[in-house]
Design a protein around this ligand. Structure first.
Ligand SMILES: [Zn+2]
Length: 295
């Protein structure tokens, strides 16, 4: 079965991860721009980071037969840096216009500060103006309040709810999102926050409509195979192949396809040619290049 992980930070992952993901059926990934674990001190580092998401990282994924798209935004944590926030916001339209950029994200609240709210609202407005989907991160602390405020802000800004994906849901926040027209994302983590089994229970209770699953794998303890593992858990619980495909492929493709920059026909029969170079650089270290078409 073809799968799409619609929230994973591949910049932090290895080529072994790409190989294991491709072998497990992942044909496409979406990498949201995020916080790198250490505060950036200059706007130029955002320019280079955004450029690497649409350049080198997309190339690196292609070398393993995986389509790579991204969303671009100022992340909630760094929205609090008043020296940088406005300059980064000014960069966004230029990057949001590029090929492979299928939305504005990840945006939202971290500590639920006034500075975060201003940047979050502005980026929802940008998504609305540019007719792009918005990917909204919900905070890990005081998640319920953060989710309620996120949904209220979506209403205030007046962006069409069906263009908004509220991510990192759990049993407490999903009922709030289901009362709106927003899509619901779920990040499956090793041991904490949300597991495959709990996800299966949520799917039994709420169905598959507008439901999305991702690994949110990054530089922290996380697992880039959580989407295929959730598909397996759904199968073991008796879900049909078509229901599984809805959650792990159709839903995220349908949501981000509305950007006009995600072509579902490009997600099958992908060609791998590891003899290719990106600005003179290869992912190989003397190994013989693989050249094949993956169906
Ligand atoms: Zn993330």
């Amino acid at each position: 079965m073809k799968m799409f992980d619609p929230h994973i930070h591949m910049t932090s992952r290895t080529t072994d991860d790409y190989e294991r993901m491709a072998a497990a059926g992942i044909v496409a990934v979406l990498e949201p721009a995020f916080w790198l674990g250490q505060p950036r001190t200059q706007v130029g580092t955002f320019v280079d980071y955004f450029s690497s998401l649409i350049g080198w990282e997309r190339f690196r994924a292609s070398q393993f037969g995986i389509a790579h798209v991204c969303t671009i935004a100022l992340n909630p944590k760094e929205a609090n840096d008043s020296r940088l926030a406005d300059s980064v916001l000014e960069l966004l339209p230029r990057f949001l216009d590029k090929d492979g950029v299928v939305g504005v994200g990840e945006i939202g609240y971290d500590d639920v500060t006034a500075a975060e709210e201003r940047v979050f609202a502005r980026q929802l407005e940008i998504a609305k103006e540019l007719k792009l989907p918005a990917l909204v991160h919900t905070p890990h602390r005081d998640k319920k309040k953060g989710t309620e405020r996120s949904l209220a802000l979506v209403k205030d800004v007046g962006i069409d709810e069906s263009w908004v994906l509220i991510d990192h849901n759990n049993e407490e926040t999903l009922p709030l999102v289901k009362k709106t027209g927003c899509w619901a994302g779920h990040s499956i983590y090793p041991d904490t926050k949300m597991t495959e089994e709990r996800m299966v229970d949520l799917l039994k209770k709420y169905g598959t409509e507008r439901m999305v699953v991702n690994s949110a794998a990054d530089w922290g303890k996380s697992d880039p195979l959580k989407v295929p593992k959730t598909a397996q858990a759904m199968r073991a619980a008796g879900f049909s192949e078509s229901d599984i495909e809805t959650v792990v492929f159709e839903n995220p493709v349908s949501f981000f396809e509305r950007s006009g920059k995600l072509d579902r026909s490009s997600l099958k029969g992908r060609q791998i040619d590891q003899s290719q170079l990106f600005e003179g650089n290869s992912v190989l270290r003397g190994q013989s290049p693989v050249r094949e078409v993956r169906e």
